[in-house]
Design a protein around this ligand. Structure first.
Ligand code: ATP
Ligand code: MG
Length: 363
């Protein structure tokens, strides 16, 4: 099929074919005084250290100089429907929002909301899905890995990137801070926006991915060649340290992390498991890798692991304390999320109006 063969945005319809913009079109995409940041996490399961080091920690650090929108992407959590327990999904959405706040997201300074509370996301996803070539979706690494060995594959697993593109584009996003695994989806979002522009005229701000230098890809403690992931963590206890794990569980998971039978602690020469421990240590400690290597030189992996346990337990303690406070006052959390959805809707509704006007739908 020709539509699946479109190789890149440059292969899309030329801009000169686009219809002239309607004169009564809604306000164009805004450029911001401070860069607008959008990011989100799926409430598929409890958040882990990779989610914190690859994303959440950087969201918190960037709050002052950026204009932030942080979303709990619950619609994305439906892509494997067999794994959905409705009451549990609702509870996890609130828990993930509470973890954002517990980790230091300020709900006054940043917009924090749950995706399904802002219905513009689902409609924008359809409009974008209609301009998405099938081949672009089939090429996604995550589609290949999440469908591998699965008997029943819902079409949501394939079309997920169009919903993610809607999430990002609706909020006039300049920057998307993500772990390395999501880089490909952000690039696809940009390509889709360009394709939409070629077909229907300029509507979106073009976003770019921002990848952290440390902690971009935390690996599984039980399998250091695979990315630490929420879904795997819910099936395999030693895979991840969860943000709500008590100190003894953190200790047990990290002390049993897979390493090797040598004593190599120099990052450049170390095996994947040891590199992963060093990466986590450095991301939380902040000192240069050389300083950390010098501290454990010739000491063996047990010593390295103990240091990693210490630094992880110390980082999680304040998050866990604040999380417990937030869950003690569910009404306050719900009010914060309702206010967040209202604020998110202001920008989302404006962008969706531009999309509708561009394609010729809506009242
Ligand atoms: P799932 O298994 O449900 O896909 P996940 O652990 O991959 O869960 P997501 O909700 O897909 O988590 O991603 C949330 C954010 O965390 C994204 O910005 C993603 O890039 C980041 N992230 C996820 N896993 C890691 C990891 N192992 N290292 C660093 N960042 C990660
Ligand atoms: Mg993921």
């Amino acid at each position: 099929m020709a539509s699946t063969d479109i190789a890149s945005p440059s292969a899309a319809a030329p801009a000169s074919d686009a219809p002239a913009p309607a004169t009564d079109a809604p306000a164009p995409a805004t450029t911001h005084a401070r860069p607008r940041v959008f990011s989100g996490m799926q409430p598929t399961a409890a958040l882990h250290l990779g989610n914190y080091l690859g994303a959440l920690k950087h969201w918190v650090a960037g709050q002052v100089e950026r204009d932030n929108v942080f979303c709990v992407v619950d619609l994305h959590a439906l892509t494997i429907p067999e794994a959905v327990d409705p009451a549990d999904l609702r509870a996890k959405s609130r828990a993930v929002a509470a973890l954002y706040l517990a980790a230091g997201i300020d709900p006054e300074a940043s917009v924090v909301f749950v995706q399904s509370h802002v219905p513009e996301h689902a409609e924008a996803s359809w409009l974008l899905g209609c301009v998405t070539p099938l081949g672009w979706l089939q090429r996604m690494t995550q589609f290949k890995s999440k469908t591998h060995g699965r008997e029943s594959i819902g079409s949501g697993l394939l079309t997920y990137p169009a919903l993610m593109a809607a999430d990002i584009l609706l909020h006039d996003t300049d920057e998307v801070p993500v772990g390395e695994d999501q880089m490909q989806h952000v690039e696809l979002t940009r390509d889709l926006a360009i394709r939409f522009h070629h077909l229907f005229g300029e509507v979106f701000v073009l976003p770019r991915a921002v990848i952290p230098t440390a902690g971009a890809r935390v690996m599984g403690f039980d399998e250091p060649t695979a990315k630490m992931s929420k879904s795997t963590a819910s099936e395999r206890p030693g895979h991840a340290v969860l943000l709500l794990d008590p100190p003894d569980v953190v200790g047990k998971t990290i002390m049993s992390a897979v390493t090797d039978s040598a004593r190599e602690t120099r990052f450049e020469h170390a095996s994947p498991g040891v590199r992963n421990l060093l990466t986590v240590w450095q991301a939380l400690d902040g000192r240069p890798m050389a300083a950390l290597e010098a501290e454990v030189e010739g000491k063996g992996y047990g010593d390295l692991k103990k240091r990693v346990v210490e630094v992880v337990v110390a980082a999680l303690a304040p998050i866990q304390a604040r999380y417990a406070e937030l869950l003690n006052d569910p009404a306050e959390l719900d009010a914060l999320l309702a206010r967040g959805a209202e604020r998110a809707r202001e920008t989302a509704a404006n962008t969706l109006a531009r999309m509708r006007a561009a394609v010729g739908v809506g009242p």
